[in-house]
Design a protein around this ligand. Structure first.
Ligand code: ARG
Length: 401
């Protein structure tokens, strides 16, 4: 008797998920393994991956195009929330996990599976994101996690695969662990495990090295409606094309690389290299438009809640109650975030040089101006400051020596 009869396995084509196929069948007595590979715009050829799963013993190998929902339902909300984990990482990997989990559950229903499986190890964040998402969406489905339990080293895993006729992977030569999708790439492991080792140029694929970028700056304009980016340089683009174009522009100018020590959900620090060119560019522009269109108190409150939003997405709580409640707040604020931001892209920097909003700018020239059009009542400041400073003056009078 196995742990499950029919299992839908989240499949990437990598070593761990490939070895999961024979492992589930041989060691855990699973009768049928159906693989599901998600197209998230990573640019991999999915047909070879699909065939690879069949060669490894999958009874069915499915591929699903999730690019559009990935961008519209996951990336755009993250842009609206200016989501940056620990102030820096725009969650390119984290955002994909609840979507893959959701589709995995749907596939399990479609094929009548009694379990789903993934190849995450026991010390990453992705296992947390998958497990929590699946359990929230389908509490009756078992979640099988062979790679968390088999205790094999990478070499042993490869050897196990070879026993079942799996060719030893080319990636044996690449020391890195890479996750990628249309939003970006995450690169870990190998020499990067030493936080003092600089990332070699070979780990990057979406961004140019600053010494390879154009010498001339490029000015671009990004237009937003309801907090969503809708056009670049006056050209309206569908969400997916817009992200591609933002990646191209930022990548060309070497914008969007990160090198950071990050605090994982499981309590350890890890060294992460990311390149997320378009997402970082769009968040920068979006923040700028908010500074023009949101009231001061809303903006300040939002900045705090953005941190919480990023934390909970990172921590795998996408389908939780706080996320739901915060989305209500975020969405309400975004009604006013309409307008355009101009940026200068040059040598790894995206510098804002202008912002405008026809209907929602809270920048009032007659209030701000020092010229003759000034309508601000300067004399009103005196009474305001008297009251504003009263508690400080009273306190200071008591404590003055
Ligand atoms: N540390 C990043 C995150 O938690 C990247 C994870 C990369 N995942 C992977 N399976 N290689 O979002």
């Amino acid at each position: 008797m196995g742990r499950a009869t029919k299992v839908v396995l989240a499949y990437s084509g990598g070593v761990d998920t490939s070895v999961c196929i024979p492992y589930l069948k041989q060691e855990w007595g699973v009768e049928e393994v159906i693989t599901f590979a998600a197209d998230l715009g990573q640019g991999d050829e999915l047909e070879p991956i699909r065939l690879k799963a069949l060669e490894a013993g999958a009874s069915q190998s499915l591929v699903g195009d999730l690019i559009k929902p990935f961008i519209e339902e996951f990336a755009f909300p993250a842009i609206r929330a200016n989501a940056l984990y620990e102030g820096r990482y725009p969650l390119s990997t984290a955002l994909a996990r609840p979507l893959i989990a959701r589709r995995l559950v749907e596939v399990a229903r479609e094929v009548g599976a009694d379990a789903v499986a993934h190849g995450c190890t026991g010390k990453g964040n992705d296992q947390v994101r998958f497990d929590v998402a699946i359990a929230s969406l389908a509490p009756d489905l078992k979640v099988l996690t062979p790679a968390r339990e088999w205790g094999m080293s990478r070499e042993e895993t490869i050897a196990y695969g070879e026993r079942f006729g799996m060719p030893s992977p080319v990636s044996k030569k690449s020391p890195y662990s890479i996750d990628l999708n249309l939003l970006g790439r995450s690169i870990e492991a190998g020499p990067l495990e030493d936080p003092m080792v600089a990332p070699p140029e070979e780990v990057f694929a979406m961004t140019r090295s600053v010494d390879q970028t154009p010498n001339d700056a490029e000015e671009i304009e990004i237009q937003f409606e309801g907090g969503n980016p809708v056009a670049i340089n006056g050209k309206r683009l569908e969400p997916v094309s817009l992200i591609r174009e933002a990646n191209r522009l930022a990548g060309t100018h070497g914008i969007g690389r990160l090198d950071m020590i990050e605090n994982r959900v499981v309590g350890i620090k890890s060294r992460e290299i990311y390149e997320t060119p378009g997402l970082l560019l769009l968040i920068r522009a979006h923040q700028e438009l908010e500074s023009l269109t949101l009231a001061a108190d809303v903006l300040r409150t939002k900045r705090q809640l953005e941190m919480q939003w990023a934390d909970l997405v990172y921590q795998g709580l996408w389908f939780g109650p706080l996320k739901d409640a915060l989305d209500g707040f975020m969405d309400r604020t975004q009604v006013h975030v309409n307008g355009v931001v101009r940026l200068k892209l040059h040598k790894g920097n995206a510098t804002v040089t202008g912002r405008a909003s026809t209907d929602n700018s809270l920048y009032i020239p007659e209030m701000a101006s020092y010229g003759s059009e000034d309508k601000f009542d300067h004399r009103a400041a005196e009474g305001f400051i008297y009251v504003w400073g009263l508690p400080t003056r009273l306190w200071a009078a008591k404590h003055r020596r």
